[in-house]
Design a protein around this ligand. Sequence first.
Ligand SMILES: [Zn+2]
Length: 210
Amino acid sequence: MKNILILSPHTDDAELGCGALISRFVEEEKNILWVVFSTAEESIPKEMSVDTLKNEFLNVVNKLNISKKNVIINHFKVRYLHEKRQEILELLVKIRNSFQPELVIGPSLNDFHQDHQIVANEMVRAFKSSSSIISYELPWNHITFNTQLFFKCEKRHLRKKIELLQCYKSQIVKNRSYFSEEFINGLARTRGVQVNSEYAEAFEVIKWIV
Ligand SMILES: [Zn+2]
């Protein structure tokens, strides 16, 4: 498994869902392509620059030593991805043909955020015959989540995840509970206990090709 595509409806979703795994993949020198669909310019408080989330995301990319060539930032309007469904599908098909990922990681089909649903559906539509597809866990958006696949991780990967999330100063000031270190550690510990590991991140399997 060398080429890995990460899909993030908004700038912070992939870090929240699989930040420790991304840090593990970087260590393992996987070829990562990371696609963001919205930088939520419309949700940024007036006193902040409209580029705030984009810049915070670029700080994350920097911290991971991922080249900017491996990142695609789109500017679809937050909460209106449904209006661009076909455009999103076509973008993913283009990426499928050029990057040919063996593994695609994106939001869950059980995620109730409207933008996450669009990305999850178009992800399956685009990659269902070509790639293994798994979904990361964002518990505040799910009613059910099937913990079918676990990636074990070490303390250093989890520390990196927390460090990456700290790049999102604009979100931290909003006091979002899922940005708290206590929550991030607690969930990783819970998933770790399920697989005899200190820490882990859990995923749903949509398709697994061996
Ligand atoms: Zn999101």
